[in-house]
Design a protein around this ligand. Structure first.
Ligand code: AMP
Length: 219
């Protein structure tokens, strides 16, 4: 199974990709997580990306493309993938098409998650993450058992720098300008499927499974 999860930041792509990746045993490859790992490890790419990410901009296409092609090849193209946060520009989508062609494979679909700006801003500003293990929470929707503490590893939770109100606005403008054109790009190819992403995790999972049944993707 080879899927791209598309949609604005905060729409729930990561949450749903993680659940499906576990139930379907398909690698979940999240560009933002991989870039943050590079920042933690202070690699050359991490140093190049740090400032851009903290300000809510996009890391240059050639860096992200090279990083993702290597990640997919290392993970094993034949294992399939759920891509979360890639591609994010038309340049990336075109380069990714060429990569797929070279690997003699194709996508099963592009799942486009939709939610209103109010819901997105609320989700991003209420998000708390564990810097240690990457655990993901929301102060109301997905609260940890003990306030401010990661359920998985017991370390303190923090707010991502790019989840501050001004940076959220900038990320949403960037999404509209750079990423939203991919909706038309993939829909012209006939690969795009929309999912309403505003409801709770259980309801949205149900919609995704109904969609997978319809388009014959096995869960
Ligand atoms: P995310 O965790 O998906 O919200 O990504 C966090 C940040 O990483 C984004 O705001 C960008 O700065 C950067 N990033 C993630 N994916 C990409 C991409 N495909 N192209 C460029 N920058 C990206």
């Amino acid at each position: 199974m080879k899927l791209v999860f598309l949609g604005p930041p905060g729409v729930g792509k990561g949450t749903h990709a993680k659940i499906l990746s576990e139930s379907m045993k398909v690698p979940h490859l999240a560009t933002g997580d991989i870039l943050r790992q590079h920042i933690r490890e202070k690699t050359k790419l991490g140093m190049q990306a740090k400032d851009i990410i903290e300000k809510g901009g996009l890391v240059p296409d050639e860096l992200v493309n090279a990083m993702m092609f290597e990640t997919i090849r290392t993970s094993g193209v034949e294992k399939g993938f759920i891509l979360d946060g890639y591609p994010r520009t038309l340049g990336q989508a075109e380069a990714f098409d060429k990569f797929l062609l070279k690997e003699k494979t194709k996508l099963d679909g592009v799942i486009n998650f939709i939610a209103s700006e109010d819901v997105i801003v609320d989700r991003l500003s209420g998000r708390r993450v564990c810097v240690d293990c990457g655990g993901n929470y929301h102060i109301r929707n997905i609260p940890p058992k003990k306030e401010g503490i990661c359920d998985l590893c017991g370390k303190p939770l923090t707010q991502r720098k790019d989840d501050q109100p001004e940076t959220i606005k900038h990320r949403l403008v960037t999404y509209e300008k750079e990423t939203k054109p991919l909706v038309v790009y993939y829909s012209k190819k006939g690969w795009l499927y929309n999912i309403a992403g505003e409801e709770g995790v259980t309801e949205v999972q149900k919609s995704i499974k109904e969609l997978f049944d319809k388009i014959k993707i096995r869960v």
